[in-house]
Write a protein that binds this ligand. Sequence first.
Ligand code: NCD
Length: 360
Amino acid sequence: MKHLIDPTDLTRKETDEIIALALDIIANREKYRDCLKYHKLATLFYEPSTRTRLSFTAAMMELGGNVLGFSDAKNSSVSKGETVADTVRVVDKFADIIATRHSLEGAPYVASRFSRVPIINAGDGSHAHPTQTLTDLLTITRELGGIDGITIGFCGDLKFGRTVHSLIKALGGYKDIKVILIAPDELRLPDYIKHDVCDRQGINYREVKTIEEVIGELDVLYMTRVQKERFLDEEEFARVKDSFVLDPAKLEGAKKKMAILHPLPRVNEITQEVDQDPRAAYFRQVENGKFVRMALIYSLIKWKDDPTHAMPEHEEYFTDVTLHCHNSKCISTHEDVKPLFHHTDEGLVRCVYCDAIVSK
Ligand code: NCD
């Protein structure tokens, strides 16, 4: 069975298949209208969401299926203290596939270890957001004709922005990608993405301080919101919240065919004047999200009993009772889950659930 917890759970071939299916769905909407009739998607959203949850709902409905679930953990047994593992072992009796969002990192991974139906991670803390990644890949494909060889600038909150982390991971599967990181010091990309992802997969990256100095090089400008809810320190948030604002003046010198992406919601990091620019792709990106989720739901249900679509094996994962994850946002520090770790290339140890560095 295949779950989608991290973008690397999909091989490049599977990702290509899902993107190709999404393009076919766009071209032949009628053909897919009833293909998941009598199937049910459960959406377990423990963290606020508008577009992701509605996008999953609309996707399932357009495939002829039904949707059940909750959009607020307060309305579920979680408020009585139920664990993620137990909730999923209940819900998998009612649904053919589950999409879940959680503020604790690693929660969807825990769900996948207990579920007998495919689990889709719809965002876990600052960690990962693989369905936004598929949305982004489809959008880049439609806007620019392909992904290999692009130069992409990520701007804003690269520290807490899970959409950025996941997209960079996925770009490791493409050829000749150049990544330019545009962020204030406080919001720089976490080291594990730079070292374990970029260095390891040969993604060429560099860090700069302004949009203006690189705008002419970019094929894609990926803007992000500063993630207020993830800051532990309010003063730090106040210092960085207005770091980067994209306006028409900053776009001077940009390529004519550049695409401006944003996972949304936007706060103030793109002015409304930019919306009129033909390169502003973020509302088209929202619709691509629905098409790619249709393709994903359909594929995961179809692949469920196909051994050629299994999860990657991770023989390198190990347990060690003397090690503890100290990330307060990790599921392993909140629920009784089996501690799991892996070694990095530099000989450090990371928590499998949240990727934080672990110590004794
Ligand atoms: C993003 C998310 O939830 O991480 N939004 C989304 O899924 N469309 C980005 C954000 O919240 O800033």
